[in-house]
Design a protein around this ligand. Structure first.
Ligand code: XBP
Ligand code: MG
Length: 242
């Protein structure tokens, strides 16, 4: 029986990567006097590495002309990036994707539990949810370094399921990326994928549904496999998926 919905954050709740995270990384690099910046296309490639600190380390390991940074320096750089990013979230120059707030409110009213499973830093999640008035809607927030291995490892989803006290059959995950899909599937979950700006070309084999977004009454979502229009609501999730 469906008891919980578990949401990824970046790309799934909102398009936060290109104009949010990326700009915050670049501003932190510039402030620290570092001689590089991540353009839109390079950032798309770097997104394959989940987690901001891991992404910086991966980039530096591949870069012959970049200065060496130890783990302490990367941590400090990333902390500044988090400050810049949460400030950006508070400006409100972004929006939740279609259907996200509607489904979260409806699920709450229907007595479903709500959780977050993300690789991003917890401060980021709280700032985002706070800004749209949805922080109180969530029972569990699984974020950042709370588990040793980030997506595509299943760790964050397994941790969230344990905290919720439910079995994988009783929850549905919402993701936008192949890494996220793999993580949720490896935890045994059904997964609804709504590809985002950077993940449109990825492979989503094993997704329970592949949709343009969650849909609003005046702006239905599109099933990307069948071409049908639909609105993702709790009734549909409970089994009337047709
Ligand atoms: C997306 C990510 C994150 C952010 C950066 O995570 O890969 O790493 O880009 O966040 P998800 P931090 O889609 O699972 O939410 O810099 O805070 O690590
Ligand atoms: Mg994502």
């Amino acid at each position: 029986m469906l008891q919980a919905l578990i949401f990824d954050v970046d790309g799934t709740l909102a398009e936060t990567e290109r104009d949010g995270h990326r700009i915050a990384f670049n501003t932190a690099f510039r402030e620290a006097g570092l001689p590089f910046e991540w353009d839109e296309s390079l950032y798309g490639e770097l997104l394959k590495v989940t987690g901001g600190k891991e992404r910086i380390r991966f980039f530096l390991d591949q870069c012959d002309t970049c200065p060496e940074l130890n783990e302490h320096a990367i941590r400090a750089l990333h902390q500044r990036k988090t400050e810049l990013y949460t400030t950006w979230l508070k400006t409100g120059e972004w929006a939740l994707r279609p259907g996200v707030a509607r489904l979260i409110r409806e699920a709450r009213e229907e007595g479903l539990k709500l959780a977050i499973a993300t690789t991003t830093t917890r401060d980021n999640v709280e700032a985002l949810l706070q800004h749209v008035g949805l922080l109180d809607a969530f029972h569990i927030i699984g974020a950042g370094d709370i588990v040793p291995q980030k997506k595509p490892a299943p760790d964050i989803y397994l941790w969230v399921l344990e905290q919720l006290g439910i079995k994988h059959d009783d929850a549905i995950a919402f993701e936008d990326s192949e890494n996220g899909l793999k993580a949720a599937r490896a935890a045994g979950l059904r997964v609804i994928v709504t590809p985002s700006y950077y993940t449109r070309e990825e492979q989503f084999e094993g997704a329970w549904a592949l949709l343009s977004d969650l849909g609003e009454p005046d702006q239905p979502a599109r099933d990307l496999l069948t071409g049908h229009n639909l609105i993702v609501d709790v009734k549909w999730l409970r089994g009337e998926k047709a």
